[in-house]
Write a protein that binds this ligand. Structure first.
Ligand SMILES: Cc1cc2nc3c(=O)[nH]c(=O)nc-3n(C[C@H](O)[C@H](O)[C@H](O)COP(=O)(O)OP(=O)(O)OC[C@H]3O[C@@H](n4cnc5c(N)ncnc54)[C@H](O)[C@@H]3O)c2cc1C
Length: 459
């Protein structure tokens, strides 16, 4: 931009995934002039190769299990097979409808949409397809991409989640490398679809970022479901030959499979985009920001998976909205990372918010915990699911962590996040009435117990 000239846009957003499009929508709503640059499809990872298609697969998996397990409820059903063409058509239909809706939304807010691979030319300009888009503020939202391990090349029977979403048959034997969120969700789907599944995880437990109690319960449930896992074991190599892939583990063990799913995390998309040249500081590839999503370069912000922290779509939405409001001068409240809810949609589901027990001990010293077993919850018994709600509170203080596991428990995270983010005391929640019979009652019961007046629980 020539000195003193008016920037044609208020905001230039680079990347149209959860973080970028949320920012563009909110900025436009606030009357700002916005241009959104996207090289692939509006909606990004979450809509096209992440949250939405995987949750459609998980729902199809649940339907398969229900067909298998009808007898448990006195209903005579038989499970025949999974038709991947049908599953993919269902999944694609869900994605397409949401994609169309999102495109319509962007259009209706009068956001200028530019297709093409953008690059930060300087702290005020994004270059794309021979155009220079100049803005008063720039928002970097280029997201993330699957990682692999050194020497492990993706191709053939070695896939990441992106290729695994396009399978047209169910692989009989699958090794999942990585027992984090994406790994356990795919393991759960494959098992329900009929595959033999083995998860290999270098850390000592599955879903290692969660409270230890959740890992233990998940491992118990996976064992019952026939999902094998090796934890605390390092992968050492993989070779493909003919129709199989042989996965080698340190210590000499090897596992033969038809598919190796590499789910070892996602890395930021920041290389070669002109960020560092424009003065934006990168930290191991991620964009370093302060708590207001500022990069340190005046007028340049970053949101979503390129910012270190939880890689979740709703964190991207929240940061996108925050930055739009910041640019519009509304001084929004800072987003507390530990207050962001987390759901892992495997069977059983895991949902949590706030600090794990060990994090809380580290921060507060003395803490109190309570675990309410879903065995005492009517609706969970109707669904025939096992699990619990675990509360962590600062000694004599508010609830600082809620950790839940069991079928459909992801739906309970809404109330859990209000409790943690509003610093509720167990007695505050115990005073609220929870509808019967719902799984939501389990949250109420856990707080009743922690407040010293258990109902359907032993004191
Ligand atoms: C298998 C899987 C399952 C997931 N499930 C969940 C879930 O259930 N819940 C949840 O909250 N999160 C989930 N996630 C994570 C979620 O998808 C991400 O956190 C979210 O998409 C991040 O949003 P983002 O805007 O930062 O990045 P992205 O969604 O990756 O979007 C970035 C966009 O920028 C574009 N881009 C990149 N570089 C350029 C460039 N140079 N020029 C123009 N455009 C560019 C890309 O094409 C992309 O569209 C899942 C992810 C995966 C992979």
């Amino acid at each position: 931009m020539s000195a003193g000239a008016e920037a044609p846009y208020d905001v230039v957003v680079l990347g149209g995934g959860s973080g970028g499009y949320a920012c563009a929508l909110r900025a436009a709503e606030l009357g700002l002039r916005v241009v959104l640059v996207e090289k692939g499809k509006l909606g990004g990872t979450c809509l096209h190769v992440g949250c939405i298609p995987t949750k459609a697969l998980l729902h199809a998996a649940e339907v398969a299990d229900s067909a298998r397990e009808g007898e448990k409820f006195g209903v005579k059903t038989t499970f025949e097979s999974v038709d991947m063409a049908g599953v993919n058509a269902y999944k694609g239909g869900v994605v397409d409808r949401l994609y169309k809706g999102l495109q319509g939304l962007v259009k209706s807010r009068r956001i200028e949409y530019v297709e093409g691979e953008g690059r930060l030319a300087d702290s005020r300009t994004v270059e794309v397809a021979g155009r220079r888009l100049e803005g008063r503020a720039i928002v970097l939202a280029t997201g993330s991409t699957p990682k692999t391990l050194p020497g492990l090349e993706i191709g053939g029977r070695i896939m990441t989640s992106e290729q695994a979403l396009q399978l047209d048959t169910v692989p009989p034997r699958v090794v999942v490398l990585g027992g984090g969120v994406i790994g356990v969700e795919f393991a759960s789907v494959f098992r329900s679809f009929g595959s033999e599944v083995t998860i290999v995880e270098a850390l000592p437990r599955l879903v290692a970022a969660e409270d230890e109690s959740l890992s233990k319960q998940l491992e118990r449930s996976f064992r019952k479901r026939g999902i094998a896992f090796r934890t605390g074991v390092r992968f050492s190599g993989a070779t493909q030959s003919g129709d199989t892939v042989r996965v080698e583990l340190e210590g000499g063990e090897s596992i033969e499979a038809d598919l190796l799913l590499v789910a070892v995390g996602r890395g930021p998309v920041t290389e070669g985009l002109g960020y560092e040249e424009a003065g934006v500081r990168l930290d191991r590839g991620y964009v370093a920001t302060d708590e207001r999503c500022r990069t340190g370069v005046e007028g340049v912000f970053a949101v979503g998976d390129i910012v270190p922290g939880l890689q979740l779509a709703h964190r991207g939405f929240a940061q996108g909205i925050f930055v739009a409001e910041e640019i519009a001068g509304l001084s929004p409240a800072v987003i507390e990372e530990s207050g962001i809810p987390r759901v892992t949609y495997c069977d059983p589901e895991i949902a949590s918010v706030g600090l794990t027990e060990s994090q809380a001990r580290e921060r507060y010293g003395e803490v109190e915990t309570y675990e309410y077993n879903l065995g005492g919850n009517g609706k969970s018994q109707i669904l025939q699911t096992q699990g619990f709600v675990k509360l962590v509170r600062e000694k004599d203080g508010p609830v600082v962590g809620v950790h839940m596991i069991g079928a459909r428990m992801g739906e309970q995270v809404g109330e859990a996040q209000l409790i943690v983010n509003w610093d509720a005391l167990p007695s505050d929640v115990a005073a609220l009435v929870h509808a019967h019979p719902t799984q939501n009652e389990a949250l109420g019961e856990a707080h009743l117990a922690l407040a010293g007046k258990p109902l359907h629980a032993h004191s």
